[in-house]
Design a protein around this ligand. Structure first.
Ligand SMILES: NC(=O)c1ccc[n+]([C@@H]2O[C@H](COP(=O)([O-])OP(=O)(O)OC[C@H]3O[C@@H](n4cnc5c(N)ncnc54)[C@H](OP(=O)(O)O)[C@@H]3O)[C@@H](O)[C@H]2O)c1
Length: 242
């Protein structure tokens, strides 16, 4: 398998941490971004300086737009000379209950969080005989809470897609999902927000990025693992504690 990864939404936050981690293990990285162009460029330059013998390039695509999604794998492949790993990390996470959700709002969550990974994965499987796909879902998929209704439905469906893709794309391509829990606070909130929520989960603390990176390594190093969902959530999927 060629050691080149495309990570969507890699200019910031979780995606950036995944890219930095993989670069440290010798991977070439295709850094996908949408609006964070300055951060993507800066990050590419930092990586190129730290790892001068590896390849780093940035790719902009609005994953809510079908035509831009369709082109991405081909563009990356042309520039990077192939791909061995696709990480579907980019996501929109917007609150609205079922009753508050308009068709346009629904489409935005579904198109970025489900349609884009669906199409990117299909294009990846058509283009390459072997590789790994990792889809980022969310521990919320075990609940029926509707405060982020369209987001939650999109991630539930992405997990179902993960199993279907593992069945169809094997044996050459393994497809797994990671379900983070309390990892990074939303931009407008601080760590306090996560610590408050953590009072109700078994581990009683936010996880941060380390468990996600450990799970990424586990998936990459276990070549018999496919169609699986790994919760990185301190037990949050089990329900609330007393
Ligand atoms: N953070 C957590 O605690 C947590 C918890 C549970 C699950 N997760 C999941 O883990 C993954 C990473 O989380 P995160 O908090 O790092 O995500 P995030 O900051 O909400 O979003 C990551 C990136 O997605 C990109 N994106 C959004 N809309 C896009 C569009 N239309 N086209 C292309 N890219 C788009 C953005 O890129 P630009 O900035 O370039 O526009 C953004 O930087 C997500 O799939 C999320 O659902 C995270």
């Amino acid at each position: 398998m060629i050691k080149t990864a495309l990570i969507t939404g890699a200019a910031r936050r979780v995606g950036k941490a995944l890219a930095l981690h993989l670069a440290g293990q010798g991977w070439n990285i295709a850094i996908h971004y949408n609006t964070s162009e300055g951060e993507a460029m800066l990050f590419r330059d930092e990586l190129a300086k730290s790892y001068p013998h590896q390849q780093f390039a940035i790719f902009r695509a609005d994953l809510s737009r079908a035509e831009e999604v369709e082109l991405l794998i081909g563009q990356v492949s042309l520039t990077m000379g192939g791909l061995g790993l696709l990480v579907n990390n980019a996501s929109v996470f917007e609150p609205a209950t079922l009753g508050q959700t308009s068709a346009e709002f629904f489409d935005r969550q579904m198109n970025v969080n489900l349609r884009a990974p669906f199409v990117l994965s299909g294009n990846f499987a058509r283009a390459f005989q072997s590789g790994v796909i990792i889809n980022f879902v969310d521990t919320r998929i075990v609940t029926n809470q509707s405060s982020f209704a369209a987001y939650t439905i999109s991630k539930k469906a992405l997990w179902e897609f993960t199993k279907m893709a593992a069945l169809e794309f094997g044996p050459g391509i393994r497809v797994n999902a990671i379900a983070p829990g309390l990892t990074l606070p939303p931009e407008e909130k601080g760590e306090d927000y996560l610590w408050k929520l953590a009072e109700k989960i078994p581990m009683k603390r936010p996880g941060g990025l380390e468990p996600i990176l450990a799970t990424l390594d586990y998936i990459l190093n276990n070549n018999y693992l496919t169609g699986q969902l790994l919760f990185c959530d301190g037990g949050e999927n089990l329900g609330v504690t007393n």
